[in-house]
Write a protein that binds this ligand. Structure first.
Ligand code: TXA
Ligand code: MG
Length: 336
């Protein structure tokens, strides 16, 4: 474990040997950054309250915001949750391992430190070989995204290092995350399954398996991913319809502001020739866009633009997770 004043965290390529070392560190109460298929997580033993508290401290996350418990397989579902409805079993069977988190009534042994004192627990089996190997060797791990509270989730080990420096004991590098946005969070606490956070599994995929529509999130559920301002880059960000991009960029540039545009390849002509702007062309399909979004925002943050202007994404369900993250990033700007 890192002692005060210790050097930078050990960031190691994930191999059988480094995974075993990370598992040992976790069993001893350590905190380890590791890859999942969605984003990098900040892992700790879900049964060790001191280790869980360290995760909150490292992230700067308010203690009442609950964490996801990651499991090695769906066989552990009823160990952590009780009154598990058939819909939860069905979703777990179809989508685990994968980017889906299920919120269920918790078993009494689940620590308040994990659930933020709520009577429910969030569970997921991640689909990344490194995450699964760690889980098989340790049991259950809490793993919020490995970023400081409110900021962009990391999709590479290098991002974790930038975010958390040597606050973590170990960092496993498993390459860039394949999905790039966080898991979809579904509540199964009410009569009907409810969407708490759009993410890696689309609403259409879930509804096809459930055979009925998801309902909107009930009021009163505490989930930081649902705060209006979240997932935000440091640079102010605005989301605009295609037709307004050129004009807004021109006004800002005229005021001497350094503007970066995030647009689709075929968005309106005229953007390419705008003076004093940088243009980042994003993919047209939602899956590729999601994979690149956070890394692109981070790269642009590092270049110290004054404003990021993002072309609004298509208004269709496939883009829901992306438009949700962009709206929250933009809201953070409005508040700043
Ligand atoms: O893809 C992911 O889910 C990543 C990777 C690392 O697995 N993890 C992640 O964790 O995004 P975090 O802590 O950044 O976001 C967890 C989300 C939050 O919106 C949290 O409020 C919600 O899950 N959540 C956790 N427990 C909950 C509960 N008992 N009730 C409602 N929402 C809950
Ligand atoms: Mg997060």
């Amino acid at each position: 474990m890192n002692l005060p004043g210790a050097q930078t965290p050990v960031c190691l390529p994930a191999t059988a040997a480094t995974i075993a070392a990370a598992a040992a560190c976790l069993r001893n109460g350590g905190v380890v950054g590791f890859p999942t298929e969605t984003v990098y997580g900040l892992g700790a033993d879900a049964t060790n309250v001191d280790a869980v508290r360290r995760v909150f401290a490292i992230k700067g996350r308010p203690a009442e915001h609950p964490l996801i418990v990651h499991l090695a397989s769906r066989d552990w579902l009823t160990h952590w949750a009780r009154n598990v409805p058939a819909s939860a079993e069905l979703l777990a069977e179809h989508f685990w391992p994968g980017p889906l988190t299920l919120v269920l009534p918790r078993q009494p042994h689940v620590a308040d430190a994990v659930t933020g004192g709520q009577a429910s627990v969030a569970l997921r089996v991640p689909a990344h070989p490194v995450a699964l190997a760690l889980l098989q060797a340790t049991g259950a791990l809490v793993a919020p995204s490995a970023n400081r509270f409110g900021r962009i989730s990391p999709t590479t080990a290098e991002h974790v290092r930038e975010e958390l420096g040597n606050a973590v004991d170990m960092l496993l590098d498993g390459g860039p995350c394949a999905i790039g946005v966080e898991s979809t969070v579904i509540s199964l606490l009410g009569e009907q399954p409810a969407l708490l956070r759009p993410g890696g599994i689309s609403v259409a995929q879930l509804e096809a398996v459930l055979g009925r529509p998801l309902v909107a999130a009930p009021q009163g559920v505490r989930a930081p991913g649902r705060l209006p301002a979240h997932y935000a880059p440091a640079t102010p960000l605005e989301v605009l319809p295609t037709a307004q991009l050129a004009q807004r960029a021109t006004v800002l540039a005229r005021d001497g502001r350094r503007v970066a545009l995030l647009t689709f390849a075929n968005s309106s002509a005229g953007l390419a020739t705008l003076p004093a702007t940088h243009r980042e062309v994003m993919p047209d399909d939602a899956i590729s866009y999601a994979r690149l979004l956070y890394a692109t925002l981070r790269q642009l943050d590092a270049r110290a633009f004054d404003v990021l202007l993002v072309e609004a994404t298509p208004d269709n369900p496939e883009w829901l997770a992306i438009s949700d993250r962009l709206a929250r990033a933009a809201f953070a700007t409005l508040q700043a």
